[in-house]
Ligand binder design. Sequence first.
Ligand SMILES: CC(C)(COP(=O)(O)OP(=O)(O)OC[C@H]1O[C@@H](n2cnc3c(N)ncnc32)[C@H](O)[C@@H]1OP(=O)(O)O)[C@@H](O)C(=O)NCCC(=O)NCCS
Length: 153
Amino acid sequence: MRVIKSDQITIRNLLLRHVDDVLAIERSCFSDPWQEDWFTAMIRTNVLTWGCFIGGKLIGYLMAIPSGESIHLANIAIDYPYRRKGIARKMMKRLYNYAHRNVCCSITLEVRESNSSAIDFYTAEGFVKVGVHKGYYMGVEDALQFNLDLSWS
Ligand SMILES: CC(C)(COP(=O)(O)OP(=O)(O)OC[C@H]1O[C@@H](n2cnc3c(N)ncnc32)[C@H](O)[C@@H]1OP(=O)(O)O)[C@@H](O)C(=O)NCCC(=O)NCCS
């Protein structure tokens, strides 16, 4: 198993020139991948679009939309060979730090009910299932709604 040292990894803002690499990971992860213009729009607007890099190589990304005191986690994916090495956890830590600095008190998300790896990941992060959105994915699959309450006291 390849070990990745923490100092090899950097998390920085995605730029438009990274979109092709983001799309390659996105398409390898999801049966209904986001389209290119969704990523370019998110990178152009004032949302959180972070890439995780080893050197110049993109190995994962996180997209989140702050809204008042809450943040919606819109997308997170780690390239397959780099999974189960704590990379997503590291990206989430950065999101919690952002939330802390900006006095956000919760993070929300939706996940396919069949996506057991992601559900295990969110549960390990402390997210709690708060609801079900029937037929959210093209009318054929339900979304589970998860919430993380951030207590800064
Ligand atoms: C979900 C995902 C982002 C997790 O990324 P990751 O970097 O592999 O996760 P981490 O290594 O940081 O895992 C942290 C903890 O989450 C849990 N976890 C993560 N993946 C898991 C899996 N496949 N099975 C069980 N538990 C898992 C474990 O508790 C893990 O800690 P451990 O490895 O010490 O046991 C990754 O599997 C992925 O990119 N999946 C495809 C895209 C996707 O489904 N995104 C979510 C859309 S809602």
